[in-house]
Design a protein. Structure first.
Length: 414
């Protein structure tokens, strides 16, 4: 097994002559790929259920499991916090090149694919809304377009999942990137990571608290935008710092704390939550709790994985998610996430009332598979041209060996 040299993978000093040496850990891409597949096929089944409500009970327990799809989006935020937190932690909790370069790189990474997906989704939404019964008034639809262009559609309940439902989380992610740069990093630098994580959850859960005080249940403003995702991103950022910071105090925490046991305990709690709390308004109101437990489990696991790599070992968790098909899909998981719902809607529009239930299920399974296939050329056209050489080299090396590698590149850190 390839192990990373300590000096290369955990260095805190500024790289020499503008050349950056960063560890690329493939299983994180595997996690993204598997998560995207889960969401796509989950949305395909939800579309089937919307067309044939009697099929809701066809697969016992599926609705309960699929109701946890919000936590899968939360998983992406923990991974993002971890991946973006690594270079920031390595450079002393500062952005190499400054905030402007960070903002430009994030914009280039997210926006071309996002706007291409939006252009695809608008006509599809107009054509399929009547068929699927989720049409908006002309005024609301126009407002939704404007807010989507401005990346502000997550602030209104009536527009947050309009046009292309999954795009809501892209707006939330962009909001979090702004807070990451302007709040989380300065707070971590001045007050420490524990206070940073606590403050992130406090800020993210503030709308939930206000909604509870107003007795609004699961329907308070910003509920569907899941503002507590800020806390999940902060957990990923904190885990990144624990993974590579070589200060004696941080190394002592890394080595002595039972990170693997904490990850197991949080994962068990998340499973227990899914089993005990039935889908419905109560579960919807407590989504923040389930997502937070999943976030703790992932962050603790990432730290446990990093500790194992420092010792030249690989955890079973990391080995499992290094499955190469997952890694391959992970490379274009963002594109898959962006465009799968409009493609599912197109297929759903062709479903006829005379079709048998089995026929409908097969048709939507084909739709999900088609979305996976089409998202790859979409990635090549609208995402890959803006991917850094570090990411390209890492993806190529991952498919060859599916092991952690050190990538040398002149690309500025995120």
């Amino acid at each position: 097994m390839l192990t990373l040299p300590r000096a290369a993978s955990q260095r805190n000093a500024e790289p020499v002559a503008g050349v950056d040496r960063r560890a690329f850990v493939p299983y994180l891409e595997g996690l993204r790929g598997a998560g995207a597949m889960y969401i796509v096929f989950g949305h395909a089944w939800l579309t089937v259920v919307a067309l044939r409500p009697d099929l809701l009970s066809a697969i016992p327990g599926f609705y309960r499991i699929n109701a946890s799809g919000n936590s899968m989006v939360g998983m992406f935020l923990v991974v993002s916090g971890y991946v973006l937190g690594l270079p920031v932690a390595r450079h002393g909790q500062r952005f190499r090149g400054g905030l402007v370069k960070f903002a430009k790189r994030r914009a280039l990474r997210l926006l071309p694919g996002y706007y291409a997906a939006l252009l695809l989704a608008i006509p599809i939404s107009l054509c399929c809304a009547t068929v699927l019964g989720d049409g908006l008034s002309q005024r609301t639809f126009a407002l939704a377009i404007v807010l989507h262009v401005l990346m502000l559609h997550d602030v209104l309940t009536r527009t947050v999942v309009a046009i292309d439902g999954p795009l809501w989380s892209v707006a939330v992610e962009c909001d979090i990137y702004v807070l990451f740069a302007l709040l989380l990093v300065p707070l971590a630098r001045r007050a420490g990571f524990l206070r940073m994580v606590v403050a992130s959850f406090a800020l993210g859960l503030l709308p939930t608290l206000i909604g509870a005080l107003r007795h609004q249940g699961a329907y308070y403003p910003l509920a569907q935008a899941s503002p507590w995702f800020l806390g999940l991103f902060a957990l990923g950022y904190a885990a990144a710092n624990l993974s590579i910071n070589d200060s004696p105090r941080i190394v002592a925490i890394l080595e002595r704390w039972p990170w693997q046991s904490l990850a197991f305990a949080a994962a068990f709690a998340a499973i227990a939550y899914v089993v005990v709390v039935p889908p419905g308004e109560a579960a919807h109101t407590l989504r923040w709790l389930e997502d937070s437990i999943v976030g703790v489990a992932l962050a603790a696991q990432f730290v446990a994985d990093a500790r194992a790599r420092r010792a030249g070992r690989t955890t079973p968790f990391e080995r499992f998610w290094r499955f190469r098909p997952f890694i391959f899909v992970g490379a274009f998981s963002y594109s898959l996430y962006l465009i799968h719902q409009p493609l599912l809607d197109v297929f759903a529009a062709f479903v006829r009332s005379g079709w048998s239930d089995a026929h409908v299920i097969r048709w939507m399974a084909l739709a999900a598979a088609f979305a996976v296939i089409v998202s790859y050329p979409f990635y090549l056209l609208f995402e890959r041209p803006f991917v850094t050489s570090y990411r390209r080299k890492g993806d190529a090396a991952s498919l060859r060996g599916a092991r952690a590698v050190v990538i040398t590149t002149a690309d500025p850190a995120p």
